[in-house]
Design a protein around this ligand. Structure first.
Ligand SMILES: CC(C)(COP(=O)(O)OP(=O)(O)OC[C@H]1O[C@@H](n2cnc3c(N)ncnc32)[C@H](O)[C@@H]1OP(=O)(O)O)[C@@H](O)C(=O)NCCC(=O)NCCS
Length: 416
């Protein structure tokens, strides 16, 4: 089977998480991704959060599959030449350094465009143009400034960051969309373009339902929030615990074993059309005749009580039994699966969403494969490269360098 992005070459100047997630997806779609790393050090994540001494960390291996690694310091004369040649040979360049870093290397966008007018140059930054544009940003800063933290957490408690890396991986995925659109436009225009994604913007994009609620506040209390009808609403969208962000109220309820198992919980959604079946199975057929419970609107002020009654029932069985029973009744629900359970889930292995990979230094490890499935483009997961594993290969086969040129670059510390 062919691959969607076969023939597309990516100059990957990314590090840490946001940029590498983007180029990893491009690599899974079949692009030739050449990751440029600082000689001697490489991507800082190679040595961060290490579980095995001296071996590339899982942080690195899980974000850099299917790529080639080339050590290069573009700040040396030979490095500048190699970098220029790479710009000539590549279709897409991706970077997520602090603002201005690539310019300081001597490669502002105007120069890149001059070297290769077909180049698509994609960047992740913490913020777009404005008061914070020069700031360095990590995941949780983006979660705080993009609206996620202020709307996540228990009612009247501190703001919380989420385990889902919406600032880093979320922005990387947004950047993929921009790059693919630019590649498509290039087919017609023949020109490359600049693609930028700010982490604050992408977190906000993922939090758009909360900006929706901010505007609804002007017209009265948010009736599906747990604060209604007894709590107070201030000027901004409040944290709402585990309330659903959609039009059908939901909540996390305890299941059998919750006293000792921190993940013995299920999310249950009181979808209007499935409510009669839900009410009956939990022993509340009476609600269907009762004007105080009969309609979604009537139930809104009583959601606390409704979920407490649902929970009495879910606590009589484990979370998987809750799932099986409610699914048969078409009631939307989901068990809170732990990472251990997800790692062991065979259906995820079968679809390639969880993959076991072999690495020459660390041995076998699990990673998350391509979550985007294409029917006519295979997506095998290959282990991440060792630092500089493909330096010589790329210089010879992509750039046509000879031994003398390679030796000169090495002597200057341009490559390792
Ligand atoms: C993530 C971040 C905070 C890390 O900051 P940092 O570790 O201080 O790294 P920087 O991006 O500032 O870059 C480090 C330096 O290494 C240099 N460098 C990078 N690759 C190099 C290479 N191959 N050879 C030589 N120098 C290199 C850069 O030129 C830069 O030098 P300069 O500041 O003197 O110009 C920052 O890169 C950032 O804000 N990125 C944008 C937002 C983002 O993606 N954040 C999420 C990351 S998951």
């Amino acid at each position: 089977m062919g691959k969607a992005l076969e023939g597309v070459r990516v100059l990957d100047m990314t590090h840490v998480q946001s940029g590498p997630t983007c180029t990893q997806i491009l690599a899974w779609f079949g692009a030739d991704v050449i990751k440029i790393e600082k000689p001697g050090e490489g991507d800082p994540t190679r040595s961060q959060l290490r579980d095995i001494p001296g071996v590339d960390s899982l942080y690195f291996t899980m974000l850099n599959a299917n790529k080639r690694s080339l050590t290069l310091n573009p700040k040396t004369p030979a490095g500048t030449r190699i970098f220029t040649r790479l710009i000539e040979e590549c279709d897409v360049m991706v970077e997520n350094f602090a603002p201005g870093a690539i310019d300081r290397m001597g490669f502002p966008w105007e120069k890149i465009q001059q070297i290769n007018p077909r180049m698509i140059y994609a960047s992740v930054k913490g913020f777009g143009p404005g008061p914070f544009e020069d700031c360095k940003v990590y995941e949780n800063v983006a979660q705080c400034t993009g609206g996620s933290a202020s709307t996540t957490g228990e009612i009247d408690r501190v703001p919380l960051v989420t385990g889902s890396q919406i600032g880093d991986s979320g922005t990387g995925i947004h950047l993929v969309a921009g790059i693919l659109a630019a590649l498509f436009q290039r087919e017609k225009s023949g020109r490359g373009q600049r693609v930028t994604c700010a982490m604050q913007d992408t977190v906000l994009n993922l939090c758009r339902v909360k900006l929706r609620d901010q505007q609804r506040l002007a017209h009265g209390p948010l009736k599906e929030y747990p604060q209604y009808p007894n709590g107070k609403f201030g000027e901004a969208v409040p944290r709402a615990g585990n309330a659903s962000g959609g039009g059908h109220p939901g909540w996390i309820v305890r299941c059998k074993g919750w006293e000792t198992d921190p993940d013995a919980y299920s999310y249950v959604i009181t979808q209007a059309q499935a409510f009669p079946a839900l009410a009956k199975v939990i022993g509340h057929a009476d609600w269907l005749e009762d004007p105080q419970f009969k309609t979604p609107e009537a139930r809104l002020p009583k959601l606390d009580y409704v979920f407490a009654e649902i929970e009495k029932w879910t606590m009589t069985m484990n979370k998987m039994e809750v799932m099986t029973t409610l699914n048969k009744l078409n009631v939307p629900c989901g068990p809170v699966l732990s990472m251990k359970e997800i790692a062991e889930e065979q259906s995820l292995r079968k679809t390639g969403t969880v993959v076991e990979v072999d690495h020459p230094e660390r041995g076998k490890y699990l990673t998350v494969g391509n979550p985007i499935k294409l029917s006519d483009s295979s997506s095998d997961v290959q282990r991440s490269p060792l630092l500089g594993e493909h330096t010589i290969e790329v210089l010879r086969t992509v750039l046509g360098f000879d031994e003398k040129e390679i030796a000169e670059a090495r002597a200057q510390g341009a490559i390792q």
